[in-house]
Design a protein around this ligand. Sequence first.
Ligand SMILES: Cc1cc2nc3c(=O)[nH]c(=O)nc-3n(C[C@H](O)[C@H](O)[C@H](O)COP(=O)(O)O)c2cc1C
Length: 377
Amino acid sequence: MPKFNEPLTLKSGVTINNRLFMSPMTTQQSFYNGTVTRDEIEYYSARAGGVGAVITGAANVQDGGKGWPGELSIASDLYLPELQALAKGIQAKGAKAIIQIFHGGRMTSSATLSGKQPVSASAVAAERPGAETPRAMTTDEIHATIAAFGEATRRAIQAGFDGVELHGANTYLIQQFFSPHSNRRTDEYGGSLTNRYHFIKELLASVFAAVDKYADRPFIVGYRVSPEEFEKPGISFADTLWLVDQLRETKLDYLHLSLNNYTRKSQDPAYQEQSMLGYVQAELAGSMPLIGVGGVRNRTDVARVLASADAVAIGQQLIFDPTWAEKLLSDKDDTFVTAPFADLIDTSALNTPLREFVRAMITSRAARIAAYRAKSK
Ligand SMILES: Cc1cc2nc3c(=O)[nH]c(=O)nc-3n(C[C@H](O)[C@H](O)[C@H](O)COP(=O)(O)O)c2cc1C
C-alpha cells in the first residue's frame, strides 16, 4: 500500500511530490464570461500548500458547455493571461496545476446559456426537478465539441498548466454520451457500448493530438469517471468496468473515480464483495494510477483510500481547512477542522458566491442522499 507522502510518477513522465490531490470543485468565482479572478487565484493558492496537485473546478471548453454562472472558462484564447496566473499561483506553492475540462451538456439551463437551449447526445431531459429538454447534437456539432476539447488542451499547455483532467463524471456531457439514458442515438455515437464509447475515444484522440503537437514538456492527461447511474436505463457498474477496460489501453496518466464516499458499494448485487473503488482498482490491474475520493477528513481516511487506490483527492475538507494537507504532512492532526461542513459555511472565510454555492451543494447533496435512502428502504 502506498504512503500518502510518497511521490507518484505518471506515464507522461511527470512526478507529483505526494499522493494528495485537491479534488476539482467549482467555486463560481470567475467573472461573468469565465475569466479567472484574483479572488479565485487567491482561493486556489491558499489551498495548494502541501498537496501534490490541485485539480481546478470544471472549466468549460465551449460557451454552450457552461454549467453555472461564474464558472471557469477555457473556451477562448482571450482567457490565457488569467489562466496563466492561476497555474502560477498553484505552482508557486509546489503543487502541480491540473485544469479540469468539461462540457455541461444537458446539465445546464437556457438561463445560464443566455437563452440558448442546452445540447446533449439526445433530446432527453435529466431526471431532476426543473431539467430542460436538450437539443440532440448534430454530427458536425459533435466534431466541433471534440475539437474544442483539443483546443482547451492546447490552451492549458500554453497557460503553463501541468495537465488536464477530462471530466467524464457527475452526469456531464462526456458521461451523457456513454449513458443509455441520455444517449438514444442511432448513428455511430449511440446504441451498443462500443458506439457509446465512440465519443470518448475520439475525444481522447483529440486531446492527445494536442499534447503531441503543443507540449514541450511532459503533460498530464487524467480522466474522471462516475461509477454508475440510478436512472433506468442508465450506466451500470458492469458498464463502467467495461469502460475501465477501454481506458486502460490508452495513454491516460490516471483514472479518478468520482464518489461522495470512498467506501461506497455498487447498487448491483453482483458487486458486493468490496467497495467500487476496490473493484475499479482490480480492473485497472496496475495499468494506471487510481485516485480515490469522497469524505476524506483525517489520516485514517487517507490510509483507507490508499488501501484501494494510488492517490487520494480531498474536496470539502480543503474548502474549510485550507492548510489541512500541510497539517497532515507535519503531524499536526490535532489542528484539523472537524466540525460538520454544514456548520462551517457561515463561519469560514469564504466570499459570497462561493459561500452560497457551497451551501447549495451541501444542502442539495444531503437532500439527495436522504431521498436515495428513502427510495432504497
Ligand atoms: C462545492 C463543490 C463543487 C464541486 N465541483 C466539482 C467539479 O467542478 N468537478 C468535479 O469533478 N467534481 C466536483 N465536485 C465533487 C468533488 O470533487 C468531490 O468529488 C466530492 O465533493 C467528494 O469529495 P469530498 O467529500 O472530499 O468533498 C464538487 C464538490 C463540491 C462540494
